[in-house]
Write a protein that binds this ligand. Sequence first.
Ligand SMILES: NC(=O)c1ccc[n+]([C@@H]2O[C@H](COP(=O)([O-])OP(=O)(O)OC[C@H]3O[C@@H](n4cnc5c(N)ncnc54)[C@H](OP(=O)(O)O)[C@@H]3O)[C@@H](O)[C@H]2O)c1
Length: 387
Amino acid sequence: MLLHVTTLLTGATGFLGSRLLLGLLTTRERHVTVLGRGAASELRFRVLAILEGLAGGGIGARARSRLRCVGGDVTRPWLGLAPAVYGRLAREAESVWHCAGDIALTGERERLFRTNVHGTERVLEFVEATPPGCRLVHMSTVAVAGGRRRGVVAEEDLTDAFGFETHYDESKYRAETLVRDWARRLGRSVVVLRPGIIASEAAHREGMPGHPLRVLGDMIDTIARNGASGIPPAVSLRRDGLGLRLRVPADAEFNILPDGYATEAMLRIGHDAAEDLGHGVRTFHVVHPRETPMRLIVEAVEAHHPGLALDCVGDLPDPTPVESFVADHLPGFLSYCHHRRVYDRGFAVEWTDGLPDPPPINRVYLARAMGFAGAAPHTGHWMTAGM
Ligand SMILES: NC(=O)c1ccc[n+]([C@@H]2O[C@H](COP(=O)([O-])OP(=O)(O)OC[C@H]3O[C@@H](n4cnc5c(N)ncnc54)[C@H](OP(=O)(O)O)[C@@H]3O)[C@@H](O)[C@H]2O)c1
């Protein structure tokens, strides 16, 4: 039977995987087999709808013909595939991009480990069955640096010496450790990509995967407009002139980068440069050269909610109900606020072949990414209803 050489991609219905899929099918003209949950026909329908949403229209018959979808689950033995299908896909794979993951920062440990750690183990078993030249591109994150708060994190660094802020960080750290050990043991080639917080300023459309800043913006909007359960009613911070304090050091910084830059950098490293990277494990920080100060995020929120004054404080001994609510619902985000570390990106810059740095992240970009742009600023009382 004729082999159909292809890139196998997990996570293609997600925020990041869908963008990589679009690039692999269109600008790189690759044949891609998407492995994802649900029946193959439903998966294909979902994936094509997302691709068309991203591309702003159809992706063209040729790109569509290069896409194949297979129903599977990374947490299940044989990736949930029949052994014959598993064997055929493995023989056909020339590279595997593993982007499926659980990104719930505050998720339960067991759930995160099931997808991120055991799912990665299943993918490694699959890659073991592929031809020796088949390369794995593993999607990690800068969060594997865990509880390290200061200093420069090198692209080769991987340690649990600082502990972890969240179960998510730890699960991604364990997954990356597994990948490295596996590659060394079997002499296989792996590209590990560690992005910062990837954002998009495109307007969110129903059915399209969201991103972390958008989730934050939606939460702020929801509380502002509708209140939140468990908070006593008739608390109007605006009317009472209280403002809202956040347990966030005022000098907190985040590494936020635009999706367009992140996707192109990853394709240049994981696809275009792959042949030249040599053997073994190569790790890349796909990050913005400048951290985004918390102050800018605060300004973007305040501009959209004129009644709201956010005050960043390191400690909050006497939180109001609203402040407790925010702290309880954003523990992952808040724990990252203690980081003043930066990420070396020397290898990533070297292997992205002159790709210009992303523009600085400013207040307008953040407002769009949080879903505030286009919407009229909130003019009613800040946090009245249901609180
Ligand atoms: N977004 C970021 O800013 C960011 C930053 C750093 C690192 N990352 C890493 O990038 C990867 C993708 O993140 P994302 O933002 O694209 O997440 P996402 O939008 O939540 O997408 C997750 C993807 O994984 C799939 N998936 C989850 N469990 C699965 C399973 N058991 N079997 C098969 N597929 C499964 C989901 O499929 P369904 O559609 O069926 O749920 C979806 O396609 C993750 O590994 C994450 O750690 C993301």
